[in-house]
Design a protein around this ligand. Sequence first.
Ligand code: HEM
Length: 171
Amino acid sequence: MRSRATLFGHAIHPMLIVFPVGLLTTAVIFDVIQIFTDNPRWGDVSFGMISAGLIGGLAAALFGVIDWFGIPKGTRAKRIGLFHGFGNSFVLLLFGMSWFSRLLAPSTPSPMAIGLGVVGVILIGVTGWLGGELIARLGVSVDEGAHVNSPSSLSGQPASAVDAATRRQRA
Ligand code: HEM
């Protein structure tokens, strides 16, 4: 099924999720480096990454919700999407609490602030898998009839058609 929110034929949500997944995970890695090096610079960088990751996560979540409403009711995809969406909302809440608790001293995050991030990243692993299940297994945001010789998403032709170069090859 095709996504509701697309750009140049592709779902926008998967384009945006790289920000929260990449930035929030790297923030936790930098927190761990800060613990071992005791260099406050890492805490500052981690705080910056969490700020950007939260903004990216909210933007990604918006397009995720738009796509979720396009999934037919009563399907496994609808249920998995709900778990995925609520799980990621909780991830953003955990990092939001971590961000807030660092506000007064970003370069020296408390064990609780770091712990909230660690739990958040473990949860992203689970919710990310659910997101992958939505696409790879349940076909959400995959065009009807898509196959290895489908014409370009920009061609205006259905995915079930065969692209011109392949047709020529077979001729
Ligand atoms: C921080 C927030 C979020 C992250 C990190 C995230 C992550 C992901 C990932 C990793 C995928 C699979 C992408 C792929 O395999 O290419 C995905 C797909 C998906 N996610 Fe999320 N997600 C987030 C929030 C949400 C929310 C709030 C919803 C709403 C229910 C949602 C709905 C979906 C849907 C419907 C898909 C299937 C692809 C699509 O139609 O766009 N996501 N997400």
